[in-house]
Write a new protein. Sequence first.
Length: 286
Amino acid sequence: MTKKRKKKLETSNKRKNTDYSEVVKKMKPVDQFEFNLSALLVGRSGTGKTTVACTFPKPILLLDFKEEGTDSVVNLGEDVMRVPIESWDEVEQLYWYLVSGEHKFKTVVWDTLTQAQDIALRKVLEDNNKSWGSLITRSDWGTCAGMLKMWFFNYRDLPLHFVITAQERVHDSDEGEDEDQLDPEVGPRVMPSVASTICPGVKMAGYTFIKEVTERKDGKLKKTPQFCMRVGPHPYYYTKIRRPKDQGFTPEYLVDPTYDSIVKVMKGEWKEESKKKRSRKKNPKK
């Protein structure tokens, strides 16, 4: 019997003996799957990343990776439960707690991915009997990247909303490395291999920033800060938001962004006219 015929026979027998009944039971229309939003929020410190994350469905479990940026959401009380993360073992322990289902949380937040990377790296060095500050090898970085990517997928695939915040970083491409890559690009401040996994792995990615708005009040010009999040396609900032094709409208950015406004865009319910109506309301005709 020839190798080609033998391989064909093995494939045929495997097809006959494979039980696919269980996986077939998992089939159902896409609109019947539970909607869990995974989001990446990138921006400078103080631009509202944690505030946006805490507008997601409550109760919220917030993993604070030594960021201590929860002062802006203290008014939410027990709706947001904060856990100061001091070691990577605690990240794993909390995952299994969430898997158990013995909780009422609807959203889990990593604040921030940038600090989470440092804690993961500390774990790798400890496992290799190295102290913090010692020489970090390429192998150490590779192990750290693998940990972050694995646990990102573990948390993302929980039946919960999952939000990751990250400090911004400007990525510069090496000259001649990739002619199609935009130079520079603003994305999360983590290893490139981690960013290249997490960015495509979430349903939406936004860039938070503060816009200064000048308004005339009582005959005087007054400047007020406006918290915004860029969601529309941009050649410089890494942003994305998934919505039905040819339905609704994706704004360049959202003002005072919330979970509800993000979902509205994703479901194709955001209309371009909404922005125009708000503009007319602010500047009514005399």
